[in-house]
Design a protein. Structure first.
Length: 369
């Protein structure tokens, strides 16, 4: 057996030979361009790791039976993915050592190449659950896949990779919602258990609003302020009820609404009773999903600010609106909207509906499926 050495295992020589720049350019790239190439290559390696970790969580949640203790593996993958995004955000500081003039020396020669053509970034978006309808076109009348085509219209390697990912199975969001829809509510599953819990929880939301209103009156709030708060709390309760009962989308059919009620009830249930040992790791999993999306949004925002600092509001080399396009993605590319909305509906520990000891025992007996 041959002894392994570092340079062969890491493929150091092959790696160091990949910063040569444009293949038809007889002039070796300068330090600024090598920096630009190297940082983007590092990003692609980070993206490769992100895909592996997000796939791991997705595949774990695809299991029909998922005992609570197995959720730990998903939490670990999410934490690693968040750490990678955080590290990737810091890399923009290295890019910002390029001044505008430094970058302009070779920027125009890159066109129509663009960071939009990163197939792995598009894969990550598909994998987490970004829907086509949410996407912002990079050019007039073009889908994001068409924007990856070769000049002759043939699909590029990047386009084939993205199409394969789109056809490669359900997203993390889809599998998370499937798992949440099966979670026992107070030890039981099914529409009746969900409806009973939601009735109790919505009642607690309304009582909490009355408590807050009374507290404002007791503190000496003026009658006009009391009326304003009363109207505000009534609107909040009505919106919360529409969301929890899945009445916020009039076009959704009964089956979709039933699943949404179960998913949203589970989100609120896990957080409200997080002290139960059976819910500790599921709660960490939901926190990890929120952390992942937050880290991804921060990465997008950091990317936009780096580009604006370097080239201002110029159009992108690939034909996009440049910084304006990047800013829009940070605002609109939200995947786990229900999980964020549920945060507006959470109650103080003393205000959540009480759960019986029998229900707690039943939850422990059923496990988290």
């Amino acid at each position: 057996m041959n002894r392994m050495n570092y340079w062969d295992y890491i493929k150091v020589e092959e790696l160091l030979a990949l910063q040569g720049g444009r293949s038809n350019d007889p002039t070796p790239p300068g330090n600024d361009e090598v920096l630009f190439i190297t940082v983007h290559q590092i990003y692609e390696l980070w993206f490769k790791l992100l895909i592996r970790e997000i796939e791991s969580v997705r595949d774990l949640l695809r299991n029909d039976h998922l005992p609570g203790h197995q959720v730990v593996a998903g939490v670990r993958s999410l934490r690693r993915a968040v750490a990678i995004f955080s590290q990737a955000s810091h890399h923009f500081h290295v890019m910002e050592t390029l001044t505008t003039r430094d970058f302009l020396e070779f920027r125009d020669q890159l066109a129509p190449a663009s960071g939009f053509q990163s197939a792995q970034m598009r894969e990550i978006e598909i994998l987490v659950g970004l829907e086509d309808i949410q996407r912002i076109p990079i050019g007039p009348g073009k889908t994001y896949v068409e924007s990856l085509a070769l000049p002759n219209g043939e699909p590029s390697v990047a386009a084939r990779r993205v199409e394969a990912r789109a056809a490669g199975g359900p997203s993390l969001r889809h599998c998370l919602h499937d798992w949440l829809s099966r979670l026992p509510i107070e030890g039981l599953t099914g529409p009746a258990a969900v409806a009973r819990f939601l009735d109790d929880y919505i009642g607690s939301l309304r009582r909490e609003s009355q408590y807050r209103l009374q507290a404002a009156a007791d503190s000496g709030a003026a009658p006009g302020e009391i009326e304003r708060l009363k109207a505000r709390y009534a609107t909040e309760c009505a919106n919360a009820e529409r969301f929890l009962r899945a009445e916020d989308d009039p076009d959704a059919d009964d089956g979709i609404c039933e699943k949404r009620r179960a998913v949203r009830a589970a989100m609120v249930f896990i957080e409200s009773y997080r002290e139960l040992p059976q819910l500790a790791w599921p709660r960490e999993l939901l926190e990890g999903v929120l952390d992942l999306e937050q880290a991804m949004l921060i990465w997008r925002q950091r990317h936009a600010r780096m580009v604006e600092r370097m080239v201002g509001r110029r159009a992108g080399t690939g034909g996009s609106a440049g910084v304006d396009y990047l800013d829009q993605t940070a605002l609109r590319y939200r995947v786990f909207a229900d999980l964020w909305t549920a945060r507006s509906l959470l109650l103080r520990k003393s205000s959540v509906p009480s759960i019986s000891l029998d229900a707690s025992d039943a939850l422990a007996a059923r496990g988290l499926q």
